[in-house]
Design a protein around this ligand. Structure first.
Ligand code: AMP
Ligand code: ZN
Length: 105
């Protein structure tokens, strides 16, 4: 099972800041911004390239969740959302995740 599936199933610890039926979000262990949160679907999908038609709403849910989390963490005046796709795109963990980065001036 991949590391993010283990976090989703609470078999591995993480600093979880948000959870819904389909999504979980937790603090990045190696933050690249004052607020760096990963928004992760509970369903295992390797990369954005592995998305199917059925996953369209789920990925929309991830973005909507990021919006809510940004407001909760008071960074909604400006933040960055990013998907790394594949190793050439900087993706290390093979389970899709949306980076939410904010808190910089
Ligand atoms: P990516 O390069 O897009 O695959 O991003 C993976 C991110 O996951 C990196 O920013 C890592 O710091 C982060 N990361 C790796 N393992 C963990 C973990 N156990 N808990 C929280 N974040 C993690
Ligand atoms: Zn997984």
């Amino acid at each position: 099972m991949c590391i993010f599936c283990q976090i989703v199933k609470k078999e591995k610890g993480a600093d979880i800041v948000f959870e819904s039926e389909r999504v979980v979000a937790f603090r990045d262990i190696n933050p690249k911004a004052p607020t760096h949160i990963l928004v992760v679907p509970k369903k295992h999908i390797g990369t954005i390239n592995d998305m199917t038609e059925d996953d369209r709403e789920l990925v929309g849910d991830m973005v909507f969740s990021a919006k809510i989390i940004a407001k909760e963490h008071k960074i909604d005046d400006g933040y960055k959302l990013a998907f790394n796709v594949g190793s050439k795109g900087g993706q290390i963990i093979d389970h899709i995740h949306l980076h939410l980065l904010g808190g910089k001036n």
